[in-house]
Design a protein. Structure first.
Lengths: 321, 497
């Protein structure tokens, strides 16, 4: 019987996500399904987080949430589509800080992230760690820095794609430490990890859940994180590199086009806040190896401009090299 | 290992596992058969259902959607000449021709048997050789991948028929179109003229539907005087045992080729399908019937593209590294169940890994049963009078293109590629090299770009000192050239005599 109850739950979640034929509420927001645009592709960690949100949020919003994947051009395609949609609260964007605040400094965009969007919530964050193979000659972060300083361009840093969740913290970290590695892009975190394991690159980055799954094949050297991310591994702050711990982590954020009616914004913000106490939500995030470090929309809006300045400095620095 | 294997099999021989796999297969076939709906999309939408199921029910369900979707994609390729993915392009060479001869049922059955055989054989092969395949996958880095991709392009190009100059021109156009958009290594825009809409590049699906479906429709409209009100050819008879036996060699050849290609991460189904087709044509006693409705021409690409599936799972299961979008979604399903594929999973719960591999075999066998049951329904499509079928195909082509990612611009590309494909058909240009160049150039460029970065500027030194496998692969090129030249000269001598 357990199967059938579980199956039932699954089907309900699926049906909620798929169909628009649910309770017709009164004439207040939301009276139809909400579309959540993801500017990234299927199967990535962002997609997984979105699927969890889309399964649970309808309970608190009162309407189904439809996930719409719109990958392309480093996240610009989906973001532009969200910016162009009506500011009625029925289109929301589930993105992350590097797409949100960094792309404006490397590409000509048809939108202005800080004028065209406001934050609904930061659902959680992910802190990457610098990893090497466990048989690497680099036993700690300082030995790697020494090698990197003595041999400019020799250290090969494999990351998951340009201006992505590993390239930005890596570049921030190495720039701050005065090392110039060769940056080698890969098509996602998986291929970057494979390149590290195969010895194609010397150093890479990964999130905790991936590091755990690799057993003793990897050695984490330092975590880009405001607090301890892995037991026994120092944070960037602890090895004397300031600032990177805040700017290098990936914030998963939900944005909505600016000009959205106040009541819709308030309803969305409260639905996300209420979802934080949901046991199934916490359990599913836990299984994904994600934290549930929620931050409300107003608080997050206040750090977006700071991110923008920091990323601009990074981009200018890399360009002048 | 044997004990773990048996333990694993005993885990999945359950009624609920089999039922949900079957449900996944039927959903997959239905979705896959609709142009514009991709297997990846279906899996992404259905993924949350697996969150709430037992892992040995939820994951086999998704595997069912995956296998059903891939088979479903060959249905429109055969019946109306619309390939839903790059992997079924090669099926459109002979599938629609068979349909026109009133042999659609035979073609659909051949595609099913070839797919099921290729897939099952490669899954079993993977179960027993998972260790060695993982080792090979580890040896393939960007330089090796670049050589393998370049080699496959050369082999497919040299064995495909038609005028060489026209083929090269189409290939170049395809490569050029693939360059439009953000470049993958430096993230710089190319050929976009600051038009934001094409910064993400041009997508494969509108191109495929445009190049293959629209010309078919326009040609059908042209010929309306002759066949207007007539019903299309009937679905015809079932595939006979003799016909299946005649294609057995082709299916076997394609299966091992597909399996070998699948073991090289990053190459994939498209290459396998084209290579399987090219090899079958080369080995056939009657190569001139290829492209005009040869059952071998359906069997070869279908067996080859499905045989890729088994080995593709290896990096996922052994290293936790997904090789493509589909395995990435499966990884998500694993992770949501608290299973982290990787070396750890293999040593901690080997039985689980074998259970999942075993469920792939079960899914294949179920596909055989369910596919056979559904073929008569799909085959009925051709009984629709042409005066309805042609506009219906047009509606599906347009709707499929739009549904794919709700981008109105894709419709513009559909029309542009459609008119281009029509013109090419009239002037006797084959558009296949264009699609091939478009699909294969980006991974080749990416691999070359990574190799340049890894080498730190000294490519020759890097390959000689650090990449022995690349050297060995490079040494194959002159050997293949000599072989091809010898065949060519022999054929000419024969023709002269």
């Amino acid at each position: 019987m357990k199967l059938f109850t579980n199956l039932g739950k699954g089907l309900i979640a699926g049906a909620l996500a798929l169909s628009a034929l649910t309770t017709t509420a009164a004439a207040e927001y939301p009276e139809k399904p909400v579309t959540m645009i993801i500017p990234l592709g299927a199967g990535g960690s962002h997609d997984l987080n979105a699927r969890v949100i889309a399964s649970i949020l309808p309970t608190y919003l009162g309407q189904p949430v439809i996930v719409k994947l719109m990958p392309g051009a480093s996240g610009q395609t989906g973001t532009a589509a969200a910016a162009n949609s009506a500011a009625d609260g029925y289109t929301i964007l589930f993105t992350q800080n590097f797409i949100d605040q960094l792309q404006q400094h490397v590409a000509k965009l048809p939108y202005d992230p800080n004028k065209d969007f406001v934050t609904v919530a930061r659902t959680n964050f992910a802190a990457p760690s610098v990893i090497v193979k466990s048989d690497s000659e680099f036993t700690d972060f300082n030995s790697m820095l020494e090698y990197g300083k003595a041999n400019p361009g020799k250290l090969r840093f494999g990351h998951s794609g340009n201006w992505g969740a590993f390239m930005v913290p890596g570049a921030l970290l190495f720039t701050e430490a005065g090392v110039r590695p060769t940056l080698v892009p890969h098509k996602g975190g998986g291929p970057a990890l494979q390149a590290l394991l195969a010895g194609d690159v010397d150093v890479s980055m990964a999130f905790n859940s991936v590091i755990d799954s690799q057993g003793d094949a990897l050695r984490p050297l330092v975590s880009v994180s405001p607090g301890t991310a892995i037991e026994g591994v120092p944070t960037t702050g602890e090895v004397g590199i300031e600032g990177v711990g805040d700017m290098g982590i990936m914030h998963r954020v939900v944005l909505v086009p600016a000009g959205v009616p106040d009541e819709a914004l308030a309803k969305l913000r409260s639905a996300f806040a209420e979802m934080q106490d949901d046991k199934t939500y916490k359990r599913l995030l836990g299984k994904l190896g994600e934290n549930a470090e929620f931050m409300d929309g107003e608080a997050y809006d206040s750090i977006r401009l700071k991110q923008s300045d920091e990323y601009k400095a990074l981009v200018d620095g890399l360009a002048s090299n | 290992m044997l004990q773990e294997l048996l333990e694993g099999l005993s885990l999945i021989l359950r009624v609920d596992t089999v039922l949900m796999t079957g449900a996944g297969l039927v959903l997959g076939i239905l979705v896959g058969s609709l142009p514009g709906f991709t297997t990846v999309m279906a899996m992404a939408v259905l993924l949350p259902i697996s969150f709430f199921l037992d892992p040995l029910v939820g994951i086999p369900f998704l595997i069912g959607v995956y296998k059903g979707g891939i088979y479903g994609g060959s249905i429109p390729a055969i019946l109306v000449g619309i390939p839903g993915t790059g992997a079924s392009v090669a099926t459109t060479f002979d599938g629609p021709a068979l349909t026109k001869q009133g042999k659609s049922r035979k073609a659909l059955e051949m595609a099913l048997y070839a797919s099921v055989f290729g897939d099952t054989a490669s899954s079993i092969f993977t179960i027993f050789l998972i260790g060695p395949i993982a080792l090979v996958a580890m040896r393939i880095g960007p330089p090796e991948l670049a050589v393998v991709l370049a080699l496959s392009m050369a082999i497919i190009a040299s064995t495909s028929g038609g005028a060489v100059k026209k083929g090269v021109l189409m290939l170049m156009i395809g490569i050029f179109i693939s360059l439009i958009g953000q470049d993958p290594i430096g993230a710089v825009n190319r050929f976009t003229f600051d038009v934001f809409a094409i910064q993400a590049g041009i997508d494969l699906l509108p191109m495929l539907i445009g190049l293959f479906a629209i010309p078919e429709i326009l040609l059908a409209v042209e010929s309306r005087i002759n066949e207007g009100a007539k019903a299309t050819k009937p679905e015809g008879e079932r595939l006979s045992w003799q016909e299946l036996k005649r294609s057995a060699r082709t299916i076997l050849r394609s299966t091992w080729m597909g399996g070998a290609i699948g073991a090289v991460p990053g190459v994939g189904q498209v290459v396998a399908a084209f290579m399987g087709y090219a090899a079958a044509k080369k080995a056939a006693p009657d190569p001139e019937t290829f492209g005009k409705g040869d059952l071998d021409g359906v069997a070869a690409p279908e067996a080859a593209n499905n045989a890729v599936n088994g080995p593709t799972m290896v990096p996922l299961l052994t290293l936790g590294i997904p090789g493509d979008n589909i395995t990435a979604i499966l990884l998500g399903a694993f992770v949501a169940q608290g299973l982290r594929p990787g070396p750890q999973l293999f040593s901690d719960s080997g039985a689980m890994v074998y259970a999942l591999l075993g469920s792939m075999v079960i899914a294949c066998l179920l596909l055989l049963v369910l596919g056979r049951a559904m073929i008569p329904i799909f085959a009925r499509v051709v009984a629709i009078p042409r005066s309805y079928l042609v506009p219906l195909t047009m509606i599906f082509a347009v709707a499929g293109t739009y549904v794919y990612r709700s981008n109105p611009l894709d419709l513009v590309f559909l029309v542009v590629f459609g008119l281009f494909g029509y013109g090419a058909r009239k002037l006797n240009f084959d558009v296949t090299p264009l699609v091939m160049g478009f699909i294969l150039a980006p991974p080749l460029e990416y691999a070359i770009g990574q190799t340049l970065l890894l080498s730190g500027g000294d490519v020759a030194g890097y390959i000689v000192n650090e990449r022995p496998v690349t050297l060995a692969l490079l040494a194959l090129i002159p050997m293949l050239l000599i072989f091809a030249l010898r065949n060519h000269l022999r054929a000419r001598r024969k023709a002269a005599a």
